[in-house]
Design a protein around this ligand. Structure first.
Ligand SMILES: Nc1ncnc2c1ncn2[C@@H]1O[C@H](COP(=O)(O)OP(=O)(O)OP(=O)(O)O)[C@@H](O)[C@H]1O
Length: 293
C-alpha cells in the first residue's frame, strides 16, 4: 500500500504489531468545488468554480489501540479525512474500511462504534455538563447510574470541579465547554475516537489535562484514536505514529523517531521534521493561516 514519493515507514510500532486493523484507507480521494474569486477568474480561464483535492490519494492503516496523529497546515485536508472516516462524507474514489466495514455501505454500524470530538460540538446550554452527559449516555445505551458515575469521573479527571459540572453549560468558559465535549466522547468508551484539534484554544493547564487524559486512555490499548493537531509537541508526546498532510497528500507517515530520522540530520525538533516534509516551517504556516498557534 506504500505510495510513491511518500516517506512511509513499514509496519506498526512494536506494541501494536499484532493488533487488528481498525481503519484501512486505500488511495482515497475527496474533491470539493470551490468558488473562484473575481480577481482569480482570469487565471482560471474565467471559471467560477474549481475543483480542490481536499484528500488526494491517501493510503494508510491504523491498528487497535493506536494513537495516530494527523498534522498539516490549515486546509491540508485533516478535517476532511476525519469526516470521511466518520462517514460524515463519502470518498469520491478509493476504499475506506472501518472495523472491516466499507464506509459507503455501513454508515450506521460504523457510527455506533465511534465518537468524534470537534470544536463545533452541540450541547443543551441551559443544562449542566452532568445533565448533558447523562443525555448522551442514554443515547449510547448506558444505564442512568453508570452514566452519572462515569460522567463525573471523566469530568473530574479533566479538571472540571464538582460545582462547575452542576452549573448551566452556558456559564462555562469556551475551554471548559470543550473539555465537556471531550468528556462526552470518552465517556461512552468508543472503539474509535476521532479527536479533531481537541486542545486548540485551550489554556496550557487545560491542554495538559486533556493530554494526560489521552495518555491514560492510550495505556489500555483498546481505543484507537486519530488526533489532528497544530501542536507539534503534542503530536510527538501522544502519538504512536504521525501522518503529515500537505495539500491533501500524505507526505510522511511513521513514529516520531522514524520521522526525525527520515527528515535528516538537521531535524532535531518536530518543527524541523514538519519543515523537512512540507517545505515550510511551522511559524510560517501559522502566520499564513493567521492563527499563530
Ligand atoms: N464542504 C466543503 N466545500 C468546499 N470546500 C471544502 C469543504 N470542506 C473542505 N473544503 C476545502 O478542502 C480543503 C481541505 O479542508 P480541511 O477542512 O479538510 O482542512 P484542514 O486541514 O482540516 O484545515 P484546518 O486546520 O483549517 O481545520 C480546503 O481547501 C477547504 O477549503
Amino acid at each position: 500500500m506504500q505510495q510513491e514519493g511518500v516517506a512511509v515507514t513499514e509496519g506498526a510500532p512494536a506494541a501494536l504489531e499484532n493488533a487488528p486493523i481498525v481503519i484501512k484507507c486505500e488511495h482515497v480521494y475527496k474533491r470539493f468545488a470551490e468558488k473562484v474569486s473575481r480577481q482569480d477568474r482570469s487565471a482560471s480561464g474565467g471559471r467560477r468554480k474549481r475543483l480542490v483535492n481536499a484528500v488526494n490519494d491517501v493510503s494508510f492503516v491504523a491498528r487497535r489501540g493506536e494513537v495516530l496523529g494527523v498534522l498539516g497546515a490549515n486546509g491540508s485536508g485533516k478535517s476532511t479525512l476525519i469526516r470521511l472516516i466518520s462517514t460524515l462524507l463519502l470518498p469520491d474514489d478509493g476504499l475506506i474500511e472501518v472495523f472491516g466495514l466499507d464506509v459507503t455501505k455501513h454508515q450506521a454500524q460504523i457510527r455506533s462504534r465511534i465518537n468524534r470530538v470537534s470544536v463545533e460540538a452541540s450541547f443543551f446550554k441551559k443544562l449542566s455538563a452532568l445533565e448533558n452527559l447523562a443525555f448522551a449516555g442514554r443515547l449510547y445505551g448506558m444505564s442512568g447510574k453508570e452514566t452519572t458515575e462515569r460522567a463525573s469521573e471523566v469530568l473530574l479527571r479533566l479538571g472540571i470541579s464538582e460545582q462547575k459540572m452542576r452549573a448551566p453549560l452556558e456559564s462555562m468558559s469556551r475551554g471548559q465547554q470543550q473539555k465537556v465535549s471531550i468528556a462526552r466522547a470518552f465517556m461512552t468508551r468508543p472503539e474509535l475516537l476521532l479527536l479533531d484539534e481537541p486542545t486548540t484554544g485551550l489554556d496550557p493547564k487545560s491542554r495538559r489535562d486533556v493530554q494526560d487524559f489521552v495518555e491514560e486512555i492510550k495505556r489500555d490499548r483498546t481505543t484507537t484514536m486519530i488526533l489532528t493537531t497544530h501542536d507539534m509537541a503534542e503530536a510527538e508526546r501522544l502519538c504512536d505514529r504521525v501522518a503529515i498532510l500537505d495539500g491533501g497528500r500524505l507526505v510522511a507517515l511513521g513514529t516520531p523517531d522514524e520521522l526525525k530520522q527520515l527528515a535528516g540530520p538537521d531535524a532535531h525538533t518536530f518543527e524541523d521534521v514538519f519543515f523537512a516534509f512540507v517545505g515550510k516551517d511551522w511559524e510560517e504556516v501559522a502566520q499564513e493561516d493567521g492563527d499563530g498557534d
